[in-house]
Ligand binder design. Structure first.
Ligand code: FES
Ligand code: FES
Length: 167
């Protein structure tokens, strides 16, 4: 993250929130979206811009632990919230879900993977031992347009197994 201070001219409404645990105060126009704040203002480019209409999941981030599409989330809606991006998952080394994606070939391209990992993390935080159906439901908002879901599904299963081992 570039910095956590005011990065746009005063006179605009201020957004105050936490991003990856850091307090952030930034001037935002009323029409600005969270995706633009993250990528364009804070250089948190792990969150991807793709369809921009809520269809693909490339822009998925956590808001107070719940996955949301950053392309559909207005910046002002983030006031007082805790936002977690893919960068925030690896502050103390790779998150187990990231590690599982690497080991099982779930990391197929840089575009869909961050959003997939965010969705899986949210699922496993809420439900550490989901069924296959629950995994598919959790990933239903994350599209892979190219390679397929085999490696991704294996990665999720690996992360679930690791979770079982640590219980
Ligand atoms: S870029 Fe947000 S859902 Fe596709
Ligand atoms: S879009 Fe990323 S692997 Fe298919």
């Amino acid at each position: 993250m570039k910095n956590n201070s005011i990065t746009e001219p005063l006179g605009q409404p201020l957004l105050s929130c936490h991003i990856n645990g850091e307090p952030v105060t930034i001037g935002v126009s009323p029409a600005k979206r969270l995706l633009s704040v993250l990528r364009d203002d804070l250089q948190l480019t792990g969150t991807k811009r793709s369809c921009e209409i809520g269809r693909c999941g490339a822009c998925m981030v956590l808001m107070d632990g719940v996955p949301v599409n950053a392309c559909l989330t207005m910046a002002y809606q983030c006031t007082g919230k805790q936002i977690t991006t893919i960068e925030g998952l690896s502050q103390d080394g790779l998150h187990p879900v990231q590690q599982a994606f690497l080991e099982e070939g779930g990391y197929q391209c840089g575009y869909c993977t961050p959003g997939m990992i965010i969705s899986v993390k949210a699922l496993l935080d809420e439900n550490p031992d989901p069924t296959q159906e629950e995994v598919e439901e959790a990933l239903s908002g994350n599209l892979c347009r190219c390679t397929g879901y085999g490696g991704i599904v294996r990665a999720v299963q690996r992360a679930i197994e690791w979770g079982r081992g640590s219980q």
